[in-house]
Design a protein around this ligand. Structure first.
Ligand code: MN
Length: 365
């Protein structure tokens, strides 16, 4: 079989107008940039279009810092671009993609049965699509610009979680190759852009509200504009070395979204999430991380209930205990809990651990 870059070159001609579609994350953005670079001067037009808005601050920062031009799909007429390519996804992954015929599909997710195109390169063993694209650039003898190299390098770093997730030697090789063309302060700035200013408000809220129960932290954040902050906070609280589990929740688009994280030591977040929420809505994940999304109408609590009520409801669901439902006159029952929230140091972990009985959620792990 001919080499992939030659096949790609033969697929397109100078009259072609190409639309590269992405579900924007660092890997898809970098891969699209690389494809555009490969086909530079070989097309009459090429644009990279996003099928949904970018909400994660790190991804917004990537686009801003590297001055990457992305056009929302809603703002263009796809029929103006008779040729289409898809990177880091397959049509079956998203409804918005399934309606198009693609000329080229390059991805590292497991191949879906319906994935068809003139050019298909799917390598599920690879840690990132950016690795495939780096190999193409090398095969084409194109030296990546600082911008392209930094995007590809950051994509491999992100998708392999700094090589903590399954990756192959090719990922290492691409990573090593790209390093010399990157600017490290830019990479560091990207990695440390976890929050934006709006999110700092929720950070403050979470620090004021969180409830410590033995080695678990619970926090309920109320109505959110985007659920990303829940993931960030669940990871953040886990940085307290005494903490083994974090359960952070909020309301997003009429659903209760719950993020589970644990320290990964003989625990099963998937099992806990399914046990607590599987009957009510979608729940699932992995050993160290899981997520649940429950339509509000399936829950016993009104969206207008106070955050204290939501937080204790969350705890009762996760710990599978009857919900604390104090009558209005007995709101003092909640007071010790909120005391703990403000002054977590007053409940030393050692004491809790000493007389702690294993809970349902942990016994099975
Ligand atoms: Mn990817």
């Amino acid at each position: 079989m001919r080499k992939p870059v030659q096949r790609l070159y033969q697929l397109f001609s100078r009259d072609d107008r190409l639309l590269i579609l992405i579900n924007p994350d660092p890997d898809s953005i970098a891969s699209a940039l690389a494809l555009k670079r490969l086909l530079w001067h070989r097309l009459s037009a090429c644009i990279i279009s996003t099928i949904c808005p970018i909400t994660r601050p790190q991804n917004q920062r990537l686009v801003n810092l590297l001055e990457i031009t992305l056009t929302p799909l809603k703002e263009i007429a796809p029929e103006d671009f008779p040729r289409k390519a898809l990177v880091d996804n397959q049509p079956g992954h998203r409804e918005e993609l399934d309606v198009f015929h693609f000329d080229a599909i390059i991805d590292h997710h497991p191949r879906l049965p319906g994935t068809q195109a003139e050019f298909v390169d799917i390598r599920p063993e690879y840690g990132a699509t950016a690795t495939i694209m780096t190999e193409y650039l090398r095969e084409a003898r194109i030296t990546p610009s600082l911008k392209l190299a930094t995007a590809l390098y950051y994509a491999i770093k992100t998708d392999t979680a700094n090589f903590e997730r399954p990756a192959v030697e090719a990922d290492m090789r691409a990573f090593h190759y790209l390093f010399r063309f990157t600017r490290q302060p830019v990479v560091r700035r990207l990695e440390s852009s976890e929050f934006n200013l709006d999110m700092l408000h929720f950070l403050q809220l979470a620090l004021n509200r969180f409830c410590l129960r033995q080695n678990r932290i619970y926090a309920f954040l109320g109505v959110l504009a985007a659920p990303d902050i829940l993931v960030i906070l669940a990871d953040f609280f886990l940085r307290a070395g005494e903490i083994a589990w974090t359960i952070v929740a909020g309301i997003y688009q009429k659903q209760l979204v719950v993020i589970f994280r644990n320290d990964g030591l003989h625990k099963n977040a998937n099992r806990l999430a399914v046990k607590a929420f599987g009957q009510l809505g979608q729940a699932g994940g992995h050993l160290a991380s899981a997520r649940a999304e429950i339509p509000l109408e399936k829950l016993e609590l009104s969206p207008k209930a106070s955050w204290q009520e939501w937080q204790s409801y969350l705890i009762s669901l996760v710990e599978r205990q009857p919900r604390l439902q104090p009558p209005v006159s007995d709101l003092r029952a909640l007071a010790p809990a909120s005391e703990k929230i403000r002054k977590p140091r007053e409940t030393p972990l050692k004491q809790g651990r000493g007389r702690r009985r294993p809970r349902d959620s942990e016994r099975s792990e």
